[in-house]
Design a protein around this ligand. Structure first.
Ligand SMILES: Cc1cc2nc3c(=O)[nH]c(=O)nc-3n(C[C@H](O)[C@H](O)[C@H](O)COP(=O)(O)O)c2cc1C
Length: 189
């Protein structure tokens, strides 16, 4: 069975980002695709040190070993793809998501493009402004990882402030539902 990971980059484990991710994974589950939700927001995720040792060691791991990133790199390697969800913080992804995409991508690139050919999609929530910057930041990671990005009827984002508010954004919800369907279709091709 195919497996898709859904990373929640919001420090709120039950908030708009988790609601959005659950809408997408629900569509995948309905089509017999396994999913695993993984909370990264609010967890210790150290920033990349820029040491480039991953390019010398080539052991599919980061030299920073005292956080969850190395386990996640291996999980990502074994998966068929991943969704990275983030609320917009000051017009971009959260600090945890930034550190996460910097380190996982760099290790993957250093090891013969570990994520090549997997599918990926960003999922963004915002109150008002900056969704496209956060969307782009995650898509840039997928692009250089030689991954295949999956689109939807609209860009995968919805508006809301307090937890649950995005449920009033019909167009946003529709784009998350359709994203799940498109990811399933892509995986079955
Ligand atoms: C520190 C911080 C910065 C934020 N910056 C922005 C922003 O630049 N643009 C925006 O539209 N919303 C911004 N927001 C609002 C969140 O993106 C919004 O409330 C979102 O729905 C929260 O998602 P969550 O429930 O998954 O945490 C910010 C929120 C916080 C806490």
């Amino acid at each position: 069975m195919k497996m898709i990971l859904a990373f929640n980059g919001s420090p709120n484990p039950i908030g708009n980002t988790s609601i959005a991710l659950n809408i997408v994974t629900n569509e995948l589950n309905k089509r017999n695709i396994l999913t695993e939700n993984i909370q990264i927001g609010g967890k210790t995720i150290r920033p990349c040190k820029g040491c480039r040792k991953c390019w010398d060691l080539k052991n599919k791991q980061c030299v920073i070993t005292n956080d969850i990133v190395n386990d996640l790199i291996l999980k990502m390697y074994r998966s068929d793809g991943f969704i990275i969800g983030s609320p917009v913080y000051t017009s971009n992804v959260t600090a945890e998501v930034k550190a996460f995409i910097d380190r996982t991508n760099f290790v993957a690139k250093a090891n013969d493009s570990m994520f090549k050919g997997k599918i990926g999609a960003p999922v963004i929530v915002a109150t008002k402004t900056g969704a496209t910057f956060a969307y782009a930041a995650i898509n840039f990671m997928f692009g250089i990882s030689e991954m295949i990005t999956v689109g939807s009827t609209y860009w995968n984002s919805a508006f809301g402030k307090m937890p649950g508010d995005i449920l009033s954004d019909d167009e946003g919800i529709r784009s998350f539902v359709n994203l799940g369907k498109n990811m399933a279709e892509m995986l079955n091709k």
